[in-house]
Design a protein around this ligand. Sequence first.
Ligand code: HSE
Length: 339
Amino acid sequence: MKLCLIGYGNVGYGFVRVLLRHGGWLRERFGFAPRIVAVHDLRRGTALSPEGLEPAILAQAWEGNRDLSELGPGGKREAFAVIEESGADVVLELTPTDLRTGEPAASHIRFSLTHKKHVVTTNKGPVALFGKELLALAQENGVKLRFEGTVMAGTPLFSLIDFGIATPIRRVRGILNGTTNFILTKMEAGKTYAEALAEAQRLGYAEADPTADVEGFDALAKILILANLVLDGDLRPADVLREGITKLDPQEVQNAPKEGCRWKLVAEAAREGREVWAKVGPERLPLSDPLAQVGGVLNAITLELDPLGALTLIGPGAGPEVTGHAVLADLLAIHRGLS
Ligand code: HSE
């Protein structure tokens, strides 16, 4: 399987590092040996290599902040030319998220699918805004579009839904933003909002513009993905009620546990008859609520469906390597489907 990476930031680097550590096991266990034949990044340049770029070399280039063109010819090609010339089977769209337009990722994905290349993306913008259209385009072209890393990062939510569930999900409710959950947990322990946000940024949890996290836009994108692609709704961002954590009183966040409660940023969507609704906002949850027990960068989601009742999944919700794991899991799913 030949891979072309578009975007080589935190997530691309995380993916390369996970591949580096577990490539041997994947080859032995599944006969799966992906080869990175192109990497393109607006800031770091481009490298093309039909015989494959070694993950170790790519990781070193990232760590040394070196220009990728030192690793193989790349020049000033645009992403579209790289996708076409790479000869890749799968395009990994790992550019930063733009929740207003979904670009440039949406164009990269459309271009790749129409050129009959599978796409794996962690980019929430295009999936939240154009998910159904892009899935239909993939199907028309006989290729796959997978996006495990868009919601709950490396925690296998969509694999669970795709392969482990046989009846309709009626409601989803969860903590879907790692940065704000991390900030709220640190604030409870006495850190200031600014200190906690700076730490989340340093650990690679936050979006390029952290306003997306703290004002609830990132959680909105995720609940939109679930509302439209899992509950089969037809919602636009403006249909989702949204509030972030910036108006919460720090003293109130710190005191809530003493009163048997905890503040969490909760995202929820449900189908009621023919209608689907979704919302995001801070809630003061009783400690008896499973979501109140999920701290730090962890995310959690409760799915409601017949006859299981409630099914809760908890796992890491942000971070370069855990999101890289989602990319690798999607590639493995494509490989197993292909072989
Ligand atoms: N900024 C996002 C978060 C990254 O904190 O959840 C994962 O989507």
